[in-house]
Design a protein around this ligand. Structure first.
Ligand SMILES: Nc1ncnc2c1ncn2[C@@H]1O[C@H](COP(=O)(O)OP(=O)(O)OP(=O)(O)O)[C@@H](O)[C@H]1O
Length: 313
């Protein structure tokens, strides 16, 4: 569904050039749900804009929904949907009429546009709001309308830029419920950016991480965590001296009475470690293990946290 090779975008700003995307290769099969993650300024929106024909690549190629973004942008646009970060609906029409008008823009006949609008109102639980104006909807309701607008021509592939950002946790959960439902109903391929790591972790079957214009990791959340981060073991001891010795045995340094370190499989490693500590006369007060997060993956790859720069987690 997406087949990009060496996709690059350089912006000229006065005499300087900014390389936002540095030759990325990306393949997305039909029906996949891919989360595209990266810190602020990593190149997510620029990539999305190139894949959706909104911005021409400086070099490289991308076939999207079977067509070349540079050579046949109209054919790409006819087959994809794009839900940007800003609201797509106008303010003047009622919700249902907004959808019908959008359908007419895609050359649907009046009857077909109305049928499609009603189908999407149903799918996105917008039926009770059909006769309201978009300006009167809540943030979550507006996002659902944006998604419906992106789906009116029943695209094979839907791009969503930060679909849940700025919503309260309940509305975020609802948006995800609808995203998953539309995938189940239509089998739509979904490619979305998100700042919410736990959403990418729980919902997407594939996570692609971009940093500084380059794809630095690509796989299931589980694979990335196993291969690149490792589990956490945390123990506490009753004295700082004991923690220092326990840390030494784990090849790390203590923080007060706490020792933290990573291992490939904590459940298997912890009993051995506790036995070693016991044999050395170190009294452990608490011991726990934790699976890594996607942020741990990013940290392991770059030495930085994805949650820096005020990115909400
Ligand atoms: N029109 C432009 N002119 C100049 N530089 C740009 C332009 N658009 C993006 N950039 C730069 O390209 C880089 C990537 O930006 P992009 O918006 O793609 O990142 P992002 O990962 O989407 O970030 P965010 O999560 O903050 O939206 C940044 O350094 C940005 O400043």
């Amino acid at each position: 569904m997406i087949h990009a090779r060496g996709l690059t975008r350089v912006f000229k700003v006065k005499k300087e050039s900014v390389t936002a995307v540095r030759g990325i290769d990306l393949d997305v099969a039909a029906g996949q749900l891919v989360a595209f993650l990266g810190p602020n300024g990593a190149g997510k929106s620029t990539t999305l804009r190139m894949l959706t024909t909104l911005l021409p690549p400086t070099s490289g190629t991308a076939m999207v929904a079977g067509h070349d973004v540079a050579k046949s942008p109209a054919a790409v646009r006819a087959r994809i949907g794009y839900v940007g970060q800003r609201n797509s609906a106008g303010e003047n029409f009622l919700v249902r009429d907004e959808l019908i008008t959008q359908g007419r823009c895609y050359d649907l006949g009046a009857r077909q546009a109305a049928l499609r609008a009603d189908e999407l109102l149903e799918l996105l639980d917008l039926q009770p709001l059909a006769r309201r104006k978009p300006g009167t909807l809540s943030g979550g309701q507006r996002r659902r309308l944006d998604i419906a607008l992106g789906l009116i021509h029943r695209p094979d592939l839907l791009f969503l830029d930060e679909p849940s950002t700025g919503l309260d946790p309940k509305s975020r959960a609802e948006i995800w419920e609808h995203i998953l439902r539309l995938r189940e109903t239509y089998g739509t391929t979904l490619f979305l950016t998100t700042h919410y790591l736990e959403e990418a972790d729980n919902m997407a079957e594939r996570v692609v991480i971009i940093d500084n214009g380059l794809i630095i990791a690509d796989g299931t959340a589980g694979q990335l965590k196993n291969d690149l981060a490792g589990d956490h073991i945390t123990i506490t001891t009753s004295t700082e001296e004991q923690a220092r010795r326990a840390a030494e045995l784990a090849g790390t340094t203590a923080e007060g009475t706490t020792v933290r370190f990573r291992v490939p499989n904590a459940a298997a490693a912890l009993p051995d470690y506790l036995r070693t500590l016991d044999g050395s006369g170190i009294k452990v007060t608490t011991a726990e293990t934790a699976r890594p997060t996607l942020d741990d993956v990013f940290l392991a790859l770059t030495g930085r946290s994805l949650t820096d720069d005020d990115i909400p987690t």
